[in-house]
Design a binder for this molecule. Sequence first.
Ligand SMILES: [Zn+2]
Length: 131
Amino acid sequence: MSSLSLKQFQDQVSELLLRHRSLLDVLSKFQQSGAAANRSVVKSVTECGCLQLHAAKQEYHPEMTLSEAKDVLGTHVSGHLCEQCIEVVSNELGRNLFYMAALSNLLDINLEQVLEKESKKCSTLGLFNMS
Ligand SMILES: [Zn+2]
């Protein structure tokens, strides 16, 4: 499997993006595609039913050990996305990524650097500070 770099993807988006060159247009598309991604996840619960939510208050206390916290903190999700929902949610995430790349292009932000920086943060901050 060949792996596509974020840089290549950004260049690709840049070439394709003739219709949405306005920053305002890209901002609204970015937001809209994010909402559509959320909506596709919600639909897997409310329309497909492959996912179920059983939400309750997280009973977390700062003095818990890591393994206690892992036992107590729930995702509130049961089930798994079915093949069809994985397809739909993945498509919406891809669209969101497209507009994120477009936004980054317009603002001269290098997504590869964003990823590296964020990854470094993850490894230095540790589990409890990632809120
Ligand atoms: Zn489903």
